[in-house]
Design a protein around this ligand. Structure first.
Ligand code: 5GP
Length: 369
């Protein structure tokens, strides 16, 4: 296990409020006892499954707990620290800016606060490089999407390269991607990178055809893109032609019941195809009981998913995910190393950062596997 703990890692699919650990959740609950929120309402227990709808309901509860600048600062710093403790050297957080009249939180102060957390972590000497994607929640419609892109654009120009892109997420059964095209095109034209949740559910085929024409810079999930899952060769061709890395999230897909079992996960399809997949592990509704991970892999097709145990110690989670990938797919340590290294090519930060990370990986490379 030491190998996996020491493995330098890249995390590219971390929804901020999906990454709140058990310990941080405890702190939030004690700040707001009047809400009467229990852990069972903010987590999906080990072995449990919920419908996708129910998964999204969980976020509503978490959002009630995280509704002030103070909460956002604490959550962001805790999440960053926990990733760093697990050996993550580069992290892309993503989060949907929210406003709360009651607490004076605005969308701008929401993003400002995450940026503040990133700076504070840096000043504290944490060994992790963090960037931010501003998320569009599709449930909020096209006008809010456009506002979000404009806000992200401002921050891209003023944040010293910390805001690097846009994420399209939120309940995939709500709305149609065509409504977001103008906002996404604007984002792309102004230099923001695009990571789009695509084909998470089967009904999104036509939408994916459309959005793949942008094309996005990374794909989240892509569960139903390929023909064996009810997608189409034309979708696969677009992804392959543009070499768009897939962020594959196995445990999340199992927990959300979009994939029936790990062995049937589309990871296998893309891996066998030799398409660049990235592995990133992002936490989905993670806390001590929950242990749900999302894995995005980008790299020579490997996406896997990893599930954590019940220790609730965040710092071991991603390491365990890597270990699980190795055991599930029969990968050697050398292949796992390559996987973590190749993820560097999928990051949204500028080339200089990629070069620094590559050098870092070289320096950390074990003598022997
Ligand atoms: P936040 O944006 O509040 O930091 O993180 C939670 C939000 O991320 C959710 O409300 C949802 O919009 C989005 N999200 C988290 N996980 C998933 C996922 O697996 N699929 C989709 N489509 N959206 C997700």
């Amino acid at each position: 296990f030491v190998f996996y703990r020491e493995l330098p890692k890249v995390e590219l699919h971390a929804h901020l409020n999906g990454s709140v650990s058990f310990q941080t959740m405890e702190k939030l609950m004690s700040r707001k006892p009047h809400l009467n929120i229990e852990h069972s309402m903010t987590a999906i227990g080990k072995g449990q499954r919920r419908t996708l709808d129910e998964c999204f309901e969980v976020f509503k509860v978490i959002h009630k707990l995280v509704d002030t600048e103070e909460d956002i600062l604490m959550v962001s710093k805790d999440v960053i620290r926990e990733f760093a403790e697990d050996g993550v050297k580069y992290l892309e957080l993503r989060s949907t800016p929210r406003e709360e009249q009651r607490t004076g939180l605005t969308k701008k102060s929401y993003i400002d606060t995450i940026i503040k957390a990133i700076h504070q972590c840096k000043n504290e000497g944490l060994d992790i490089d963090v960037r931010l994607l501003v998320a569009i929640d599709r449930r909020n419609g096209m006008e809010v999407a456009m506002e979000t892109v404009k806000l992200a654009e401002e921050f891209m120009l003023s944040s010293d390269g910390l805001v690097v892109g846009i994420d399209l997420s939120g309940d995939p059964t709500v709305g149609h991607g065509k409504h977001f095209l103008p906002a996404l095109e604007r984002a792309k034209n102004c230099g923001l990178k695009l990571s789009l949740h695509l084909s998470e559910v089967q009904s999104q085929r036509e939408e994916s055809e459309l959005l793949l024409n942008l094309p996005p810079d990374r794909i989240g999930h892509g569960t139903f893109l390929h023909p064996e899952m009810g997608g189409s060769q034309s979708l696969v061709d677009k992804v392959v032609k543009n070499r768009i890395p897939l962020e594959l999230c196995l445990t999340s897909n199992i927990k959300g019941q979009t994939v029936p079992m790990f062995s049937l996960h589309h990871f296998k399809y893309w891996y066998q195809l030799g398409h660049p997949t990235v592995i990133c592990v992002s936490l989905f509704l993670l806390n001590q009981q929950c242990k749900v991970f999302q894995c995005s892999i980008r790299l020579n097709p490997l996406s896997f998913h990893l599930q954590t145990d019940d220790k609730g110690v965040f710092c071991t989670d991603l390491s365990q995910e890597y270990q699980l990938v190795a055991s599930t797919f029969g990968l050697s340590q050398k292949e796992i190393w390559k996987l973590s290294q190749q993820a560097i090519d999928c990051i949204f930060a500028e080339d200089a950062v990629k070069q620094q990370l590559k050098k870092r990986w070289q320096d950390l490379h074990p003598q022997v596997f």
